[in-house]
Design a protein around this ligand. Structure first.
Ligand code: FAD
Length: 366
């Protein structure tokens, strides 16, 4: 069986950043990812990132991904692709499949960076072909260069719904409308303005009543909601569409962490159940770290910082950094993370992260 010092599961921004930090400390690390190309969500993001200059605001997501890959190569991080991990067993043995065969790799430490998965929405006709996650539509246009449909209804006005609507328009689709159950748009105003300027009607306080079609979506019925989110009869509108994209939030992809027995806590603003962890990103299982969207759905910038934090902490635990050096490096990352979690949208995330860590500490002190 192959052995290494750290195994990272997931090669998105969090996993790659973790791998880079371990390699920088002189550690041996293997990153496993199920895709043919590492980078996770980053290679789908053709838009310029928001945030601060320090966090590469204004740089397109795929360019950030390219930089991470270059650094990974320069530092000699071992990246195994096309390698879905399906279990971690006793003694930190990670099992994955590759080329139709089962493989095992044992690490002294493990970092879980598996990202998040899209939430779905149930309504009559939601199982018709043509109803899909907004992230799936984004993969089709930006990675596979296939337009999912010509007339699209977007459901959900968070940043994912707004950005994917705009990218669908850029790819040549007609976005016939965006429905949002809340009375206000929930994503950044700058993204909402872009699609409004492009002529997309935004129906706030609306939802999908049903999708219609014979074997595939051809129409959708939407209707208005009252302040208790109940459908208001008589407000129905029928729109001609061939695609309905659902962008109603993401949930941490935490199955592996559940199966190995990490303790979880419920934090709605982070997407639901998240593994408890300490300031080093270490879960309640010693030597198992979490970082990025699995530890709470946020952004690529915070995912990278959390990956760095986990990487530095794992290196410290392996004796590759002195306590003093690790404290200095971790302090720098925490400073950047706190800056990211400032401002109107960030404060809530800062509070959620504090709660998540304090719940780990409560258990540790019991
Ligand atoms: C439309 C959209 C727009 C966005 N815009 C921005 C933005 O402007 N700025 C910003 O900062 N963030 C943005 N984000 C968010 C950002 O993309 C994510 O927060 C970030 O990618 C999370 O990083 P991660 O490494 O945790 O997860 P991911 O990027 O999802 O990477 C996880 C990786 O792990 C792999 N994996 C999962 N399970 C396994 C397994 N069992 N075995 C092997 N591999 C596995 C996955 O396939 C994936 O490659 C956007 C997201 C979306 C969807």
């Amino acid at each position: 069986m192959k052995e290494t010092q750290v195994v990272v599961v997931g090669g998105g921004p969090a996993g790659l950043a973790a791998g880079i930090e371990i390699a920088k400390s002189g550690g041996k690390v293997t990153v496993l990812d199920e895709n043919k190309k590492p980078g996770g969500q980053l290679f789908k993001q053709i838009h310029k990132f928001f945030g601060s200059r320090e966090h590469l605001a204004g740089t397109r997501g795929y360019e950030i991904g390219t930089k991470l890959l270059e650094e990974t190569k320069e530092l000699g991080v071992d990246v195994i692709l096309d390698a879905p991990v399906y279990g971690i067993f006793e003694g930190k043995t990670v099992v994955y499949s590759k080329d139709g065969k089962q493989h095992q790799i044992k690490g002294d430490k493990i970092i879980l960076a598996t990202g998040a998965t899209e939430n779905t929405l149930a309504f009559p006709g939601s199982d018709l072909p043509g109803v899909m996650g907004a992230g799936a539509a984004q993969t089709m246009i930006n990675v596979n260069r296939v337009l999912p449909g010509k007339k699209v209804l977007m459901v959900g006005s968070g940043n994912v719904g707004l950005i994917v609507s705009y990218q669908l328009m850029q790819a040549g689709a007609d976005v016939v409308g965006l429905v949002e159950a809340a009375p206000n748009v929930s994503g950044y105003g700058v993204h909402a303005s872009k699609i409004s300027r492009g002529g997309v009607p935004i129906y706030t306080s609306h939802t999908v009543k049903r999708a219609m079609g014979d074997g595939e979506v051809s129409k959708v019925e939407i209707c208005e909601l009252d302040e208790r989110f109940q459908m208001i009869e008589g407000t129905e509108k029928i729109l001609d569409v061939d695609t309905i994209c659902i962008a109603v939030g993401l949930s941490p992809m935490s199955e592996i962490a559940w199966t190995i027995g990490c303790d979880f806590t419920f934090i709605p603003s982070f997407g639901g159940h998240v593994p408890k962890h300490n300031e080093n990103m270490e879960s309640t299982l010693p030597g198992i770290y979490v970082s990025g969207d699995i530890s709470g759905v946020e952004e690529a910038s915070s995912a990278m910082e959390e990956g760095r934090l986990a990487g530095i902490a794992a290196s410290e635990a392996l004796g590759l950094y002195s306590e003093e050096k690790a404290r200095e490096l971790k302090g720098q990352v925490w400073k950047r993370l706190n800056t990211l979690r400032d401002g109107e949208f960030g404060e809530k995330r800062k509070l959620s992260k504090k709660t998540q860590i304090s719940r780990y500490m409560e258990d540790a002190n019991e």
